[in-house]
Write a protein that binds this ligand. Structure first.
Ligand code: ADP
Ligand code: MG
Length: 336
């Protein structure tokens, strides 16, 4: 997916030159009747399915810093975080729309790398870029991505379906991304593993689909704002409380080692965001099916707690064994 002739600046290429450059890198797909180049895209969708749509904004110095990430990874992440939302509904992604506000100092190679990353991530998920909008930004780099996908109404997994007594599960490991960010903020260099987890998240599409197809999850969300905040969304929507055992939260060896030296960073793991793992509820009797799915996908699925009646709020057993009622908050854009 490379565009052979390099260009130096946006001024040289112009808006339509850039759109054309992107268009030439997009692979044709039979479900795209009319893609980049007309006033609207026209696409076909699987019959008898619901259309899923999600949008994410990525703003320089709010969501990312250009000095901390390479542009290829930023392109991949811009697509991945949207795919993660489709995964969280149990859906299949199909089409992307990419809006960009570009600072004029952005070098041609940087822009090419961004587009290459975006299109590689889209392709890996068997999706196509069908349109977008391209503008100059007088300030920072702005990226606005819309993804559309589909799911059958009977399989869709929402945030409000959790039931009292069910188990709470998470995929993968938590806290890697938040730890990488904390290290970057301190001026330290995270390990390759932590960097990858922060800059190149993996949308859990296969897991989301399998949970939906097998009817294994009663509610689900992707963890973007932090475990507690996103669990809070499930609890609020499902009118429930929960008990979480922090000992059970799956951690990578790197995060575990860090916490041994810096136990004070415990909250980074609980409240830090951008894991892009899936948090879901399931009836306890489906535990064996989940174990089987976990080995099939080669992805840990860990039981971290239980759903309780709403009056029990959110209780957490901390690493030192003490139990606390906690506030289900993580990252919030408008709170200091
Ligand atoms: P309009 O003026 O009607 O909004 P544009 O000139 O902005 O149309 O866009 C022309 C075509 O290029 C449209 O099909 C649009 O979807 C597509 N496009 C514009 N920017 C992007 C982009 N960043 N990525 C993909 N497609 C784009
Ligand atoms: Mg336009």
């Amino acid at each position: 997916m490379s565009e052979s002739t390099p260009f130096k600046s946006l001024a040289e290429l112009g808006e339509f030159g850039l759109i054309d450059r992107i268009k030439r890198q997009v692979l044709q797909s039979p479900d795209v009747v009319c893609g980049i180049g007309d006033d609207c895209a026209a696409v076909t969708l699987p019959e008898d399915k619901l259309l899923l749509t999600s949008k994410d904004l990525l703003i320089e110095d709010v969501h990312f810093r250009r000095c901390w990430t390479d542009m290829y990874s930023l392109g991949r992440k811009s697509a991945a975080v949207n795919l993660s939302d489709i995964a969280a509904m149990g859906g299949t992604p199909h089409h992307f729309y990419l809006g960009v506000g570009l600072p004029t100092d952005l070098a041609g190679i940087e822009l090419d790398n961004f587009c290459r990353g975006f299109l590689d991530e889209a392709l890996a998920a068997q999706t196509t870029l069908c349109g977008g909008d391209t503008c100059r930004s007088n300030h920072s780099l702005l990226i606005s991505v819309t993804v559309q996908g589909s799911v059958s109404a009977t399989q869709m997994i929402r945030r409000d379906g959790a039931q009292e007594g069910e188990a709470l599960y998470v995929s993968g490991t938590l806290g890697d991304s938040a730890l990488a960010l904390a290290l970057l903020k301190k001026g330290e260099t995270p390990s390759d593993y932590l960097s990858q987890r922060h800059h190149r998240p993996t949308p859990r599409l296969a897991l989301g689909r399998a949970l939906a197809e097998q009817g294994l999850a009663s509610s689900m969300i992707d963890i973007s704002d932090g475990l507690l905040a996103d669990l809070g969304h499930i609890l609020k929507k499902s009118s429930l409380g929960a008990h979480i055992d922090q000992q059970q939260i799956p951690l990578s060896p790197e995060v575990r080692a860090h916490l041994q030296q810096h136990p004070e960073d415990e909250t980074t793991i609980l409240r830090g965001g951008e894991d892009y793992e899936l948090l879901f509820s399931a009836p306890p009797r489906r535990g064996d099916d989940l174990d089987q799915l976990s080995s099939q996908l080669n992805l840990p699925l860990t039981r971290i707690g239980t759903l309780l009646p709403a009056e029990k709020r959110l209780n957490i057993v901390q690493l030192n064994g003490s139990e606390h009622q906690v506030c289900a908050e993580g990252f919030n854009h408008f709170k200091s």
